[in-house]
Design a protein around this ligand. Structure first.
Ligand SMILES: [Cu+2]
Length: 124
């Protein structure tokens, strides 16, 4: 009986280890007039992610989170000075591995933050 239990416990780490190097998790974020959806983005520290930023509005928006991008590793995509511009009716993908922390997100287009385009990125 005890041997069976030990064998069962030993069998468990294999699938857990396999999850350490998975394909990146894709996280969808929608930008619109004038909000981010979701407004609170939750990511896992050290887990590669593809952020798919989709602007459903007709005008441009951006995903501005300089501290988030600065802390992340392996950032691949059109990130310029901590911001990703997303033209109207388009999607942009950014791949990265986030670092633990809580970060501010906003759209820096004129008045958009005041209109409600702000959020948070929590990485735990
Ligand atoms: Cu905006």
């Amino acid at each position: 009986m005890r041997a069976v239990l030990v064998a069962a416990l030993l069998a468990f780490p294999l699938p857990v280890l396999a999850q350490d190097s998975p394909a990146p998790q894709t996280v969808e974020v929608r930008l619109s007039n004038f909000e981010f959806e979701p407004r609170a983005i939750a990511l896992t520290a050290g887990r590669p992610v593809v952020l798919r930023l989709t602007n459903t509005g007709g005008g441009g928006h951006n995903f501005s989170a300089p501290q988030f991008f600065a802390a992340a590793s392996g950032v691949t995509g059109p990130v310029v000075e901590g911001e990703v511009e997303v033209p109207g009716h388009q999607s942009v993908e950014v791949r990265l591995t986030p670092s633990r922390g809580s970060y501010r997100l906003r759209c820096t287009h004129t008045m958009h933050t005041a209109f409600g385009m702000r959020g948070t990125i929590s990485v735990e």
